[in-house]
Design a protein around this ligand. Structure first.
Ligand code: NAP
Length: 517
């Protein structure tokens, strides 16, 4: 029988004794690992975090926590070849794996470095200036942040088994709050490999991180007001977890990063022959083929001027024809598999639902000829481009979490704000145009519905990190459908795991406690 993945709980590795859930290789359906938490004592995990991990982290200053993160990232970087090999089993190409693995390690380095330069060598963060309150100057206030006394439960999605963990873990460590990491079952073996090294590195004090590899059991029963649930996944799971008593009755903080129908807008100035037209074609095709379109930030809605629909469809067709779908272990493959056959079927169902409002202009969701793989045993799917044929809601509401995008024609610039908003709130949008007036108008209408907006043109293209890539320095998250949460964004991310308290008193007392006068 294949290996049962262990959890790391209260200072020990725990392996469930039952058969658990069998996880298969995305391209071959060969067994990779088994996952179960049957018998795991989740109360002991929460207690351990509160009684051992939290105090140990809080004994370190921000500077010491930053140094620990650097040591951790360096250790993981030296061991990453193992992760890259395992990543292939998730269906990711080596290039996809780089975004997840090197991206996660790089994010940890960035958090460490930013903290080294921006956080004090102490235990408390001030926020804003001293606020004079009394007319005579004897009574002032100042906001401070201190570490929450609870635990961050990280619930992660299957598509970023490494980055998804590290981008939450790094700010939690800096905040001085211990984490319990719960990976998605489907790709838990990759997160488990990194977790084994996190523990082996000894970079973090005992209890700073624990690993719950499988179902959460009754863990939520033990969470309350000093705890944070940092969730990434589907909107439907977020809705279930948000309704738990831990959140509704005991006020655990709940941050959600969920699915979103991100749009990319082509400006009317970006006609065939302009650099922006080429950038648009490149960006949309890259988005739907990277990780086989399984990124929460992927372009699901391509908003293009009515008069340019045929040009865009032709441009995408020409580019997507060069995509080589297949087993990512083959060097010629440029797009791997979806994470599982189940996920492929879900995407096919979503495309069928989208077809009520669209027609296919490229690709066949039911047919693919993968390199070095059996199409029946691997979760392969060809890229699919749809064209909205009317003004129906489906393209704005249904997320096909795979290599799928929908072209949505717009008639006038005034339509763009409302069209972007029909996604109900998105993680990211992009505007591809070299017309500053157009960009200004669209940003004004679209910004309230987005966590991030990329403005792409000939001037920014060479250094642009792309529509789909969240950067540790900038906000990741979005309103409404995107979950209403916020992650990353530099040192602001650290404050999400801390309590802000308004201190009031005499200038001397406030200066002694928080600095300033
Ligand atoms: P999912 O089914 O919602 O699962 C997400 C996580 O929730 C997994 O760890 C899952 O564990 C866990 N979970 C499910 N039911 C639970 C419950 N009742 N109690 C506690 N935990 C529970 O999502 P997914 O299929 O893994 O990920 C794909 C979706 O995530 C897409 O819709 C995508 O758009 C979204 N996503 C969003 C972001 C973002 O940053 N906004 C990033 C990546 C993905 P198990 O796997 O063990 O069931």
């Amino acid at each position: 029988m294949v290996e049962m993945l262990a959890s790391y709980a209260a200072g020990q590795w725990y392996t469930a004794a039952d058969e658990g859930t069998l996880v298969l290789d995305a391209s071959t359906s060969e067994p990779v690992a088994r996952v179960s938490t049957t018998g795991l004592d989740t109360r002991a995990m929460v207690d351990h975090a509160r009684r051992v991990g939290g105090p140990a982290l809080r004994r370190l200053t921000f500077q010491q926590r930053a140094a620990a993160l650097k040591e951790l990232a360096t250790y993981l970087d030296a061991n990453k070849i193992t992760y890259h090999e395992l990543s292939l089993a998730t269906g990711a190409t080596r290039r996809d794996g780089t975004g997840d693995i090197d991206g996660g390690i790089g994010t940890t380095f960035v958090f460490s470095s930013r903290a080294k330069h921006e956080l004090p060598d102490g235990y408390l963060l001030t926020d804003g200036d001293v606020e004079p309150i009394g007319k005579g100057g004897t009574f002032v206030g100042r906001h401070v942040y201190t570490s929450l006394r609870g635990v961050v439960l990280q619930v992660n999605a299957f598509n970023f088994p490494v980055w998804g963990m590290l981008e939450k873990l790094a700010p939690a460590v800096l905040a001085g709050v211990p984490s319990i990491v719960k990976p998605a079952t489907q790709t838990a073996y990759l997160t488990a490999a990194v977790m084994r090294d996190i523990i082996a590195s000894g970079a973090l004090p005992e209890g700073a991180v624990q690993f719950l590899c499988g179902g959460v059991g009754d863990l939520f029963d033990h969470l309350g007001g000093e705890d944070v649930i940092a969730f990434t996944g589907s909107a439907s799971t977020a809705a279930v977890l948000r309704a738990n008593d831990a959140v509704t009755a005991r006020a655990a903080r709940f941050n959600a990063e969920t699915d979103s129908l991100n749009c990319s807008i082509l400006g009317p100035d970006a006609t065939v022959g302009t650099p922006e037209f080429d950038l648009y074609i490149k960006e949309v095709s890259r988005e739907i083929t990277t990780k086989a379109g399984q990124r929460c930030t992927c372009i699901r809605r391509a908003l293009v001027p009515e008069s340019m629909v045929d040009d865009v469809a032709a441009g995408l067709r020409a580019r997507l024809e060069k995509v080589v779908v297949g087993n990512p272990r083959n060097e010629t493959v440029t797009m791997g598999a979806l994470v599982s056959l189940h996920q492929r079927d879900e995407v096919r169902d979503a495309v069928a639902a989208l077809e009520r409002a669209t027609e296919i202009v490229y690709g066949d969701p039911m047919s693919v000829n993968p390199v070095d793989a059996d199409p029946e045993r691997g979760a392969f799917m060809a890229p699919v481009v749809l064209l909205a044929t009317g003004d129906r809601p489906e393209p704005h509401e249904i997320e096909a979490f795979g290599p799928v995008t929908t072209l949505i024609p717009y008639a006038a610039q005034a339509d763009l704000g409302p069209l972007a908003a029909r996604g109900g709130g998105s993680l990211v949008g992009s505007i591809v145009s070299h017309d500053p007036g157009f960009v200004r108008e669209v940003v004004a209408g679209a910004a309230p519905y987005h966590g991030r907006l990329l403005i792409l043109d000939r001037d920014s293209a060479a250094e642009s990190t792309g529509h789909g890539t969240p950067m540790p320095q900038l906000v990741h998250g979005g309103p409404g459908r995107a979950g209403g949460g916020e992650e990353l964004g530099g040192m602001r991310a650290v404050k999400h795991f801390m309590q802000r308290t308004a201190l009031e008193g005499s200038p001397a007392v406030i200066a002694a406690l928080a600095g300033g006068s």
